[in-house]
Ligand binder design. Structure first.
Ligand code: PLP
Length: 403
């Protein structure tokens, strides 16, 4: 009897083609390894975290308790409860002097989902979409997942990683459909200067491009640098402008998953359709907490900002004890992004990725390699941690770097 032929089991299951391009967000890898070491009892200093170390403000937590007690535990409108969309609109009015109606705002599971909606709703096969490096990797990945091609322009350490209209516009071709800007930027903390925003808005309006702005760090800007991008782009091209925001960083609410997309109604309707087939509404308890965050006292935001600023300045001073770390002054967010090329060599660490891997293995400090932001030769240090931990982490980092 002939044995039945059994099809060999493929070593990897046959996933869809798009998965050839997408991997786990590289900024999450350090966090996972740190967690593994911590569980093994190792004293890890985590300078990798992309989230505030502060607790969520008490009045926000209290609002969530109340929502639970009142049984706000059912589906809400897919767009989010109207009080919350009004609260977002009121923040934009107060902070930027721009008007959005509640039907021009959709609540999303973090700023990340808002940006994903924007990519899916606006970009597709054959389109080029300009963005910038060093940059948060998700932006280019989302553009690719939407079937479009990211065209990534480089900003430079010697210029404070500043984005310029000229640099972004130099990448425009007849296939360009939009530009995605992250300001304040992760990992550099750089801002799109207002004068550059004006020049860019005028030209983008003339060319009929979409402008998507990731404003997830908008409340974390130091030294009161003016940054009214919603107003500047809104005045020039409101119908082609998409704003992505979030409660994650400003209110220490990363785990609650609450963000939003604000744009002209057709874009919001498209995002609503997409979301209605994915996640539906943002968690109902979270929405009530987010109303408290956006409409309640804002001193908590100012307090956290002041502490981040102290940490930024202190961490830069400590890092300067080893002058081969070349580090600029970030204007926003909560990261330092020093150039570490002076420590790279063929006989020790050849790349910044090797540097961060060995730093973790030998000194138990988590940092994120520049490779994660498409910019080898740098490392990202998060100062969203206590001064004590920062001092300890930077001491270990310098010891490791001096080898
Ligand atoms: C630049 C940038 N944009 C957006 C986000 C999204 O944050 P969330 O989805 O928690 O709102 C992050 C998170 O790290 C980020 O760094």
């Amino acid at each position: 009897m002939t044995p039945k032929t059994i099809a060999p089991v493929p070593e990897t299951p046959p996933l869809a083609d798009r998965m050839r391009q997408v991997g786990l967000s590289p900024t999450m890898k350090g966090t996972i390894e740190a967690e593994r070491l911590r569980r093994a009892g190792v004293d890890v200093v985590d300078l990798g975290a992309g989230e505030p170390d502060f607790p969520t403000p008490a009045h926000v937590v209290a609002a969530a308790h109340t929502a639970l007690d009142r049984q706000f535990t059912k589906y809400t409108s897919n767009m989010g409860i109207v009080e919350l969309r009004e609260a977002v609109a009121a923040r934009y009015r107060a902070d930027y002097g721009v008007e959005y109606r509640p039907d021009e705002v959709i609540m999303t599971a973090g700023g990340k989902q808002a940006l994903f909606h924007a990519a899916m709703a606006l970009f597709g096969a054959g389109d080029e979409v300009i963005t910038h490096r060093p940059g948060w990797p998700t932006i280019a990945e989302q553009i690719r997942l939407a079937g479009a091609t990211p065209v990534v322009v480089t900003t430079h350490f010697d210029e404070g990683f500043a984005l310029t209209a000229e640099r972004l516009l130099s990448a425009v071709t007849p296939r360009t459909r939009g530009i995605v800007i992250n300001s304040p930027g992760n990992p550099t903390g750089a801002l799109l200067p207002e004068a550059e925003a004006r020049a860019l808005a005028a030209e983008a309006a003339r060319l009929g491009l979409w402008i998507v702005i990731d404003l997830c760090y908008e409340r974390l800007i130091y030294d009161a640098v003016p940054h009214n991008l919603p107003r500047i782009f809104g005045d020039a091209m409101r119908d082609r402008l998409v704003l992505a925001g979030s409660t994650s960083k400003a209110y220490a609410m990363t785990g609650w998953r609450c963000g939003w997309l604000a744009a002209a109604k057709p874009v919001v309707q498209a995002a609503n359709a997409l979301q209605s087939h994915q996640t539906s509404n943002v968690n109902s308890i979270t929405q009530h907490a987010a109303v408290a965050a956006l409409t309640g006292p804002q001193e908590c935001v100012a307090d956290m900002l002041a502490q981040y600023q102290t940490r930024r300045d202190q961490a830069r001073a400590w890092l300067a004890e080893e002058p081969r770390f070349r580090c600029g002054v970030p204007q926003g967010a909560f990261y330092l992004f020093p150039d570490i090329t002076d420590f790279l060599s063929p006989d020790r660490c050849r790349t910044s990725l090797e540097f961060t891997d060995r730093l973790l293995a030998e000194e138990h400090v988590v940092t994120t390699p520049g490779e994660a932001f498409d910019t080898p030769g740098f490392i990202r240090l998060s100062y969203a941690t206590s001064l004590d931990r920062l001092r300890d982490g930077i001491t270990r980092l310098i010891r490791f770097a001096r080898g």
